[in-house]
Design a protein around this ligand. Structure first.
Ligand SMILES: [Zn+2]
Ligand SMILES: [Zn+2]
Length: 365
């Protein structure tokens, strides 16, 4: 099958012919119908995030189950599914506490480049090729653990189901789960990419007001406004003071969807006393950011991280689909251009340029 292969960081992805072995016990074969192009893919291509190479990238996808391995119980051939990059074991401390996004199995897949048993189903010319986060959906097909899929209700388009599995669950979940009681409270969202715009949509559902969004790209801010942002600011040298002028008491909450020290500090300093900053944007491996200690202590500010919506995806995705079907989360409006698999490098360039909406690969075209 054709797949987008990363062999070396900072090089264009190669569309290669790779072999995909059949699913083993507890695994399913999915024909990929749509795959969202996420900043994390770009981070892997750039080497900011690391994974075993060579690897078939892509971790935000949806498709049809074409085959199941022995013992699969939760899905069947012919089911339409979203792909998850955090499977669950159901037994570890994280899973038992209702936070399967922290499950130890997710870390196995992230570090080994294999599936849950650490081995890969991908190869090229007989040499092993790694999976990305146990998904690898920039490809015509993928083999994933059955606990890495969520069945779709009727009427969910594949591009929506794809972006729901990463950008949407991350951004909407940050607003609905990592922050309590947003109704009537002010929120700053830093970064209006897929995750930031999804956070705006989640904040609208939660009743946050005002919702102010900051980004370096005018078109991204236009999109944020159309999704419910009540106020937008172009990022730049004076963004700090512009926020302080408009919100003299500070904002109740902030969601940082960029993952840079300077934007995290900006969001932290914009908080009013007692305010909460939620970090959802990933940085470079090993990167840190500094906080003004006295502002943290004297103003009782809180800083929390949020991974994958801060909830168990098998519970959270059906809620998101239900909100979509009732018109409360108009996820179609997040979507940007569609691309054939061969245009994956163009899709990544458009992602970096920003303001195009969420690009979606259609590997079957
Ligand atoms: Zn992602
Ligand atoms: Zn677990």
């Amino acid at each position: 099958m054709r797949a987008a292969l990363l062999s070396e960081p900072r090089r264009p992805l190669e569309i290669a012919d790779v072999d995909l072995a059949p699913p083993r016990g507890g695994e399913v074969l999915v024909r990929v119908e749509a795959a969202g192009v996420c900043h994390s893919d770009y981070h892997y291509v750039q080497g900011d995030l690391r994974c075993p190479l060579p690897v078939v990238v892509g971790h935000e996808g949806a498709g049809m189950v074409e085959a199941v391995g022995p013992g699969v119980q939760h899905v069947a051939v012919g089911d339409a599914v979203s792909l998850l990059w955090r499977p669950r074991c159901g037994e570890c401390r994280a899973c038992l506490s209702g936070h399967s996004e922290r499950c130890v199995l997710g870390r196995v897949q992230a570090t080994t480049g294999g599936l849950l048993d650490g081995t890969t189903r991908l190869s090229r010319g007989g040499s092993p090729v790694n999976h990305l986060l146990g998904v690898s959906c920039f490809a015509e097909r993928c083999v994933v653990p059955e606990h890495s899929v969520v069945r779709l209700p009727d009427g969910i388009p594949f591009p929506v189901a794809a972006v729901a599995g990463c950008a949407v669950i991350t951004g909407v979940g940050a607003a609905l789960n990592a922050l309590d009681h947003l109704a009537g409270r002010s929120l700053l969202v830093v970064g209006a990419g897929g995750v930031g715009c999804a956070a705006v949509m989640g904040a609208v559902v939660a009743g946050a007001s005002p919702i102010v969004v900051i980004d370096a790209n005018d078109r991204a801010l236009d999109l944020a406004r159309s999704l419910g942002a009540t106020d937008t600011l172009l990022a730049g040298d004076h963004a700090d003071s512009a926020i302080r002028e408009r919100y003299t008491d500070g904002v109740d909450c902030a969601i940082e969807a960029v993952g840079r020290p300077e934007t995290l500090r900006l969001a932290f300093s914009a908080l009013r006393p007692g305010g909460t900053l939620v970090g959802v944007g990933l940085g470079t491996v090993g990167q840190d950011f500094a906080l003004p200690i006295n502002e943290l202590v004297q103003q009782e500010k809180r800083v929390v991280g949020s991974l994958y919506g801060s909830a168990s995806p098998p519970l959270e995705l059906p809620r998101i689909f239900s909100l979509y079907q009732s018109g409360k989360l108009p996820l179609d409006r997040l979507l940007g251009a569609t691309y054939p698999l061969e245009a994956v490098n163009d899709a990544l360039s458009d992602l970096v340029a920003g303001g195009h909406g969420r690009g979606v690969l259609l590997p079957g075209t």
